[in-house]
Structure formats: structure tokens, C-alpha cells
Design a protein around this ligand. Structure first.
Ligand code: FE2
Length: 326
């Protein structure tokens, strides 16, 4: 069975093609990036996706050396995400499904990150720390649901890094550059550390960081700011491991690329004798292959999305999905 997955929740339009063994036959993508902008303009990002969709589909099929006839299943990100962007992926998915008479499966974007991460790293029942631009959640499987143990109450940790990076003229995405600067920090600067119960808040830290630009050495400020954000995330993740008794941690999402975050999480896992897993970068970031894989395992468990159920769900939550494929 071959599944073609369509990702379009935010700035990335991705087409991935996977088989039943989770071999990634293609994982093509293009991201809407505007260095001078103030983040993602949803309508412009959606226009970008419409303009590039055809070429990315063709590239993916060519890379996989397949024709659309050989694809069995069309999977797409149904939510959560930006409405304008999600609509492009859903429309492309419905079109391909109708035109070529293929089954359609709408999937949850966050859960797709977890399932492909598990499959490729061989983690069995991990606590997942999903850290990306828009999402920051600590998730674990409990009674046939992916329960969210802790999450951001305001902005995603990736968004937090990007906004601060823009303030110090690093462009977009700022995360990779900030990650290099992090290791040049020498003096720790006092900044807010906001953990509320099991949840996190980054906007106070962001504001305090902005106020210290030009007053402190850039390397020290970036390092202290990132250290607090990552320590907050690690604290809640550790408490989730303790509460659930799970012995594995899966770190995924775009921010999982950060060596600074990996280092802190790895250290925490070592101390509590938990196994630490991070998928390779092309699978951590938003991509079509994870959507293809999620669609495939749900289809095998009996799921099919009819046209009248294929509307986008921008606010869909990880814990709304009944997990019947495990
Ligand atoms: Fe994501």
C-alpha cells in the first residue's frame, strides 16, 4: 500500500509518499518564508501553497518513481493549523481523491509527528515533547487517547524564538542561528521563568528579553533567554515522565533541531534513566511523509474520510482523537 500525504498547516506545503514499512519514497516541500515580514501572513502563505502545489506533487511522484495511479491513498492534515493554509491541502487532497478515485484520510497534524517519530526511532510508548513554531505540547498515550500533560498557554516555543530573533535582526527562521549563538553565552542574565502547574508561558520571557536588547551582550542574552525557555520545557517534560512512569522520551517538531534543547533533554533523560529519541531533521519539521504515514496506519485500522467529513479543523486538539490504530 502506498500513501501520499499532504501537509499544509502553516508555512510548509509538503508532499510525502510512504509505503507500508514506513519507507519514505519522497518527501518534497517548499516553505513560505519572507525575511522582512512579521511572521506568517495566512492568506499569502495559502497563495504560496496554491502556486506551488502542482510542482511539488509532480516532484514527489517523480522522486518516488511512481504515477498517481500507483498511489492507494490520499492523506491530508485536517488540523490544527491556519485555516487558509489548511484549506489548500484539503482542496488538493479532495481533488486528487475524486480525480483518481482514491480513498481519502484526514489526520491530526500533531499525532502525525508522534507516530512517524515512534516508527522511525523505534520508540515504543514514549512521552513526546512536541516543540514547534505554533505548538508546544507534552503528550503521552493514556487510555486510547494522546493526552496533553502540559502545553503553552500563549505562543509556541518556535514562535517565541523567531520573534526574538527578528528583534535582533536574525531574519526567519531565527532558531538555527540562535542555536549557534547560545553556545557562546558566558554570563547568565536573570529573566522570567514561567511554569504554571504543568503549563508554560513564553510571552513574559519574550517581553523581558526584548527590554534587555542593547543593554546586555547579545550572546549572553540569547543564551539566557533560550536556557530559561528550554529549562521550563524540560521541567514539565520530566514531571510527565515521573507521573506516567514512561521510560522513553521522543523530542520532535521543528525546535527539536536545536542542539541546545537536545543537550538539556538528553541530560535530564540520562539522570532519570529514560531513553532519549529524536528523529532526523527532515521528519521533525513539518512534512508530507508523516501525514502519509498517519493516513496509512489509520486507513489500515478502518478509517476513511468521506467528502462531507473532510472539512478542515483548525482548532482540533491532540486529545480529541480516539486512537484505534495501536
Ligand atoms: Fe508541526
Amino acid at each position: 500500500m502506498i500513501s501520499l500525504g499532504i501537509e499544509s498547516t502553516a508555512h510548509t506545503f509538503g508532499i510525502g509518499i510512504v509505503n507500508e514499512k514506513c519507507r519514505i519514497l519522497a518527501n518534497e516541500k517548499k516553505a513560505y518564508v519572507k525575511k522582512e515580514s512579521v511572521g506568517i501572513h495566512p492568506r499569502e502563505a495559502a497563495d504560496f501553497h496554491y502556486k506551488n502545489a502542482k510542482e511539488i506533487i509532480e516532484n514527489a511522484l517523480e522522486k518516488a518513481n511512481l504515477s498517481i495511479k500507483e498511489v492507494d491513498l490520499i492523506s491530508f492534515s485536517q488540523g490544527p493549523g491556519l485555516g487558509n493554509c489548511l484549506k489548500v491541502g484539503a482542496t488538493v487532497a479532495r481533488t486528487l481523491s475524486l480525480l483518481h478515485n482514491k480513498s481519502l484520510v484526514g489526520v491530526n497534524h500533531c499525532i502525525s509527528h508522534i507516530e512517524i517519530g515512534k516508527k522511525l526511532t523505534k520508540a515504543k510508548d514514549p512521552v513526546t515533547c512536541y516543540a514547534s513554531g505554533a505548538n508546544t505540547q507534552i503528550i503521552g498515550l493514556e487510555k486510547k487517547r494522546y493526552r496533553i500533560y502540559g502545553e503553552t498557554l500563549d505562543i509556541g516555543i518556535g514562535n517565541f524564538l523567531d520573534v526574538f530573533g527578528r528583534e535582533i535582526d536574525l531574519g526567519f527562521p531565527a532558531g538555527p542561528v540562535m542555536d549557534k549563538i547560545y553556545f557562546k553565552g558566558k554570563n547568565f542574565i536573570e529573566l522570567p521563568y514561567t511554569v504554571k502547574g504543568m503549563d508554560l508561558a513564553f510571552s513574559g520571557l519574550l517581553t523581558a528579553g526584548k527590554q534587555k536588547i542593547k543593554k546586555e551582550r547579545k550572546e549572553d542574552l540569547v543564551c539566557s533567554l533560550m536556557h530559561n525557555a528550554f529549562a521550563m520545557l524540560t521541567e514539565v517534560t520530566e514531571r510527565t515522565l515521573a507521573h506516567t512512569g514512561k521510560k522513553e522520551l521522543l523530542l520532535t517538531g521543528g525546535v527539536a533541531s536545536s542542539n541546545a534543547l537536545r543537550e538539556i533533554m538528553k541530560k535530564m533523560c540520562k539522570q532519570r534513566k529514560a531513553k532519549f529519541f529524536v528523529p532526523e531533521r527532515s521528519v521533525c519539521v513539518d512534512n508530507g511523509a508523516m501525514i502519509g504515514w498517519q493516513g496509512l496506519i489509520e486507513f489500515k485500522a478502518g478509517k476513511k474520510t468521506n467528502l462531507n467529513e473532510s472539512m478542515i479543523l483548525p482548532k482540533q486538539r491532540t486529545d480529541q482523537i480516539k486512537v484505534n490504530w495501536i
